[in-house]
Structures are given as structure tokens and as C-alpha cells.
Design a protein around this ligand. Structure first.
Ligand SMILES: CC(C)(COP(=O)(O)OP(=O)(O)OC[C@H]1O[C@@H](n2cnc3c(N)ncnc32)[C@H](O)[C@@H]1OP(=O)(O)O)[C@@H](O)C(=O)NCCC(=O)NCCS
Length: 196
């Protein structure tokens, strides 16, 4: 869906072809690519164009994602939804390493989840992380995700199957965190949807 969201520090907008050089710069980093399942390493600009060429703003909410744009800087990451092979909606995200540990992904994912639960009737969102990904686990715990099981998932950058923790956030749990959401958004949801 062609949606833009605003948070305190970020513009969350649809990807553009002009994003390719920065996407490639930030994903061509094993510290990032090695924690994602479907991102190759090394990662070239052609990989970014390949991904961007398959992007469409016509897709449903379950396949809508956002680039994170920081004023004065440009894009610094990505956060959004995709369907797995079982047609389950998964939240995925990455942030450029120079911007880690400043709360950017928690801020972005909070807005993205607010939008998703408002725009759909979905009862839950799934996600997960490779077993060693402590930062992602911390982000998901802050958001209210809980662990539902584990399995193995292939990591393209590492060329191996790795232990993967499965997680889930229910609509009820997200609604129960409205106090925290209210703190983050005292004046209501900063949502702008172009096709509504
Ligand atoms: C995971 C990622 C998106 C987090 O983004 P971020 O903007 O740094 O996240 P936030 O600042 O909102 O929160 C990070 C949390 O992780 C914690 N953290 C970071 N490194 C940690 C570590 N080694 N051990 C434990 N906690 C850690 C931080 O302390 C913080 O938690 P806190 O607020 O409770 O202190 C970013 O690290 C990233 O892109 N990593 C590579 C790609 C990736 O892992 N994507 C997710 C795949 S599941």
C-alpha cells in the first residue's frame, strides 16, 4: 500500500529506485546481512535494484514495507511486512549499523505496527530472529512479541541453516500496550494513507 508514516525522528516511506546506492552500502555489511535470512553477502547495487524492481505499492498491508528516512541523512533502514511460504504475515527489519542502539527501530516498528493493526483485522503478526540476535530480541520484547517456538531457517549470507526463534505479537497484546503507544504518540497516530 502506498502509505507514509511519521514518527518523532523518522519519515517512513515507500522505497524508490534512488535508494539503491544507500541500501547497497548498508546491506553490504556482514553485521547486518548475516542476521537476515534472504539478503545475500556481499551485497551489490544490482541486488538493491533487483529488490526495488520487484517492489510495488499496490500490494496489500501484509506485504507493505517502509524505508526509514532520517532528516539530513537519508534512508537508514527498512521495516515492513512480507508473507512466508505458509502465507503468514511476518515483520522484518534492518537498520544501518552507524545508527544502532539509538531507539530508531523500536520507534519505526511501533508506528508500523500501529498502522498495520489499524489498517487490517489481523489477529497477530509473526516475526523471529536467529538465536544469536540479541538486539533484535530486545527490540521485539520491547514491542510485546513473545516467543512461540523455534526451528531452523536458512541464512543466505552465511550459506547455512541456523537455529531460529519464532515470535508473535497478538492484536490483544498490542492493544494492551496502548499506554506505551499513547506515550509515544500523545497527539494521535501520525498516519497518512494515500489510497484511503
Ligand atoms: C536489530 C536492529 C534492527 C535493532 O535496531 P536499533 O535501532 O538498534 O534498535 P533499538 O535501539 O530500538 O533497540 C535495540 C535494543 O537492543 C539492545 N541490544 C543491542 N545490542 C545488544 C546485545 N548485544 N545484547 C543485548 N541487548 C542488546 C539495546 O540495548 C536496545 O535495548 P534497550 O532499549 O532495552 O536498551 C539492528 O541492530 C539491526 O538492523 N541489526 C542487523 C539486522 C537485524 O538483525 N535485523 C533483524 C533480523 S530479525
Amino acid at each position: 500500500m502506498d502509505v507514509e508514516l511519521r514518527t518523532e525522528r523518522l519519515l517512513l516511506r515507500q522505497p524508490r529506485r534512488g535508494d539503491a546506492p544507500r541500501i547497497a552500502r548498508f546491506l553490504n555489511n556482514f553485521a547486518v546481512a548475516g542476521k537476515l535470512s534472504t539478503v545475500p553477502y556481499p551485497y551489490a547495487e544490482s541486488d538493491a535494484y533487483w529488490w526495488l524492481d520487484r517492489w510495488s505499492a499496490d500490494k496489500p498491508a501484509d506485504e507493505t514495507g517502509f524505508m526509514l528516512e532520517l532528516a539530513g541523512e537519508g534512508i537508514i533502514g527498512n521495516c515492513g511486512f512480507h508473507l512466508n511460504i505458509h502465507k503468514q504475515t511476518l515483520l522484518g527489519y534492518w537498520l544501518a549499523e552507524p545508527f544502532w542502539n539509538r531507539g530508531f527501530m523500536t520507534e519505526a516498528a511501533t508506528a508500523v505496527l500501529d498502522w498495520y493493526f489499524a489498517a487490517t483485522t489481523a489477529e497477530h503478526v509473526r516475526s523471529g530472529l536467529f538465536h544469536f540476535n540479541k538486539a533484535s530480541l530486545a527490540v521485539q520484547r520491547k514491542l510485546g512479541f513473545t516467543e512461540t517456538g523455534e526451528g531452523t531457517l536458512h541464512c543466505l549470507a552465511r550459506h547455512e541453516d541456523l537455529r531460529h526463534i519464532d515470535t508473535e505479537l497478538t492484536r490483544a497484546r498490542w492493544a494492551g500496550s496502548s499506554e506505551r503507544v499513547q506515550e509515544a504518540w500523545p497527539s494521535g497516530l501520525p498516519v497518512r494513507t494515500r489510497d484511503h
